[in-house]
Design a binder for this molecule. Sequence first.
Ligand code: PMT
Length: 400
Amino acid sequence: MASVFAGKNIVLGVSGSIAAFKVAGWVSTLAKEEANVSVIMTESARQFVTPLTFEALSGNKTYSNMFGSSDQDAMVHINLGREADLMIVAPATANTIAKLANGLADDLLTTTSLVTRAEVFVCPAMNGKMYAHPATVENIKKLKEIGYNVLDPAHGMMACKEEGDGRLTDWENVAEYFAKALTLQELTGKKVLVTAGPTREPLDPARFLSNRSSGKMGYAMARSAFRRGADVTLVSGPTTLACPSGVRRIEVQSARDMYDAVLTYSDKTDIIVKTSAVADYRPARKAEHKVKKDQIESQLQLEQNPDILYELGKRKRKGQLLIGFAAESQELRTAGIRKLEKKRLDLIAVNDISGINSGFESENNQVLLLFAGGSESLPHTSKQHTADLIWDKIVSLDQQ
Ligand code: PMT
């Protein structure tokens, strides 16, 4: 639903590296997200992948030639550059990097990069020795000074059978930077703290109390804040999710670990979003050895965990925004209002966990937003889209 890439004109400049095949996957992903991708290939890139590959994946013509027969062809670099919302150069070889750094314009890729006023991302890919060569190092430094965004290559074994820095980075490492470049930077200068996932409360070395939270909703909240320009810290309970690019993650296990981590950062944070499902109780003591089956009932005594959000509400400073979540299966509004008031929140997102395909674990969600003097029911949609809509509301509260 409503990807940040949908409807955007993205120019992808491909230069001559074996990694050219890898960006075919990027084009495919962008096309699935409904971006309008125009691929420019250098002459060398055509030695590795055929233009037809990119044409089939993007649904658009692949460009290479600066000099066409019609007037329109002669202006192709102007048109592509002018209409681009974002330009990506990947893989960027040492030669293309050198040309970009020095303003050379002898092919369609380099001329278009001089014309465009969109953000340009350069993703290097080359042999590790070439990447470490002082000339390349100097050119990359220059690129950054000029205003290009240079994204680091990955470390690993390369096609030349040498190990080092120089592998084209993976889509997962760069997608968020592209998404950010296409998003209004409404949270620039803001420090945001998001909590996500469950907590685990140990009973013994083998067992713990926990809940069904996957972390997906909280990670989507963190991702969306990063895209809007915030400096984001994510305090996460145990999940299998990868940390979103650009986000600083602090991993915790128990509610008390989460309490300590959140309280360490809360004073310096402008907006705190508590998406995590914190265990309200923990076993009163963690047994050193695995508790025998027939002793569990007698040994399992519970103790209450600290309510982190309630504590944050007590300490809330002027101008700080406090956002809570609630997972409810009945009387959503009444339960939500009670938590909003008790924990001194600015906004609470109440999940209806009685429905199918929303709440815990699901890719989708449906929430009711409650805030001072109002409410808003969000549609049933992906968690990422839900996060974007919640941030729209948070930003409007922040600007009041
Ligand atoms: O992780 P997913 O699988 O994507 O699922 C997302 C979610 C359903 C977990 C998430 O959207 C959600 O609803 N999170 C809140 C879960 C919950 O039950 O909250 P609660 O009603 O127990 O607590 C209300 C608020 O107080 C929450 O913001 C919670 O983080 C906070 N709290 C609760 C208890 C406690 N000891 N400390 C807290 O800070």
